[in-house]
Design a protein. Structure first.
Length: 118
């Protein structure tokens, strides 16, 4: 089973930036893709962005498109989420996940808190 470790969360003012990292380890096969999800208080977990390990194809939720960028380094088994122009509604716990071909999560990281103050 893959282990995922996120880092990079914190407190930032609206309009600021943060960069989240997710390092994958513990399994020789990385899986098909990696995704970032977030969960705000009282809300369901939602998909934010994802990227395939092979071609690097990306997907973004409409709420973050143009502000967030997902990238990966295959050699380091690491995925990043660059978050710019942050808004208060971006506040939540951000999780990375290993994704199967049908985009279903195969494993989760422990999560990292992102708080955007207005």
């Amino acid at each position: 089973q893959v282990q995922l470790a996120e880092s990079g969360g914190g407190l930032v003012q609206a309009g600021g930036s943060l960069r989240l990292s997710c390092a994958a380890s513990g399994r020789t096969s990385r899986g098909y893709a990696m995704g970032w999800f977030r969960q705000a208080p009282g809300k369901e977990r939602e998909s934010v962005a994802r990227i395939t390990w092979g071609w690097g194809n990306t997907y973004y939720a409409s709420s973050v498109k143009g502000r967030f960028t997902i990238s990966r380094d295959n050699a380091k088994n690491t995925v990043w989420l660059q978050m710019n122009s942050l808004k208060s509604e971006d506040t939540g716990v951000y999780y990375c996940a290993s994704l199967a071909r049908d985009w279903s999560p195969e494993g989760w990281g422990q999560g990292t808190q992102v708080t955007v103050s207005s």
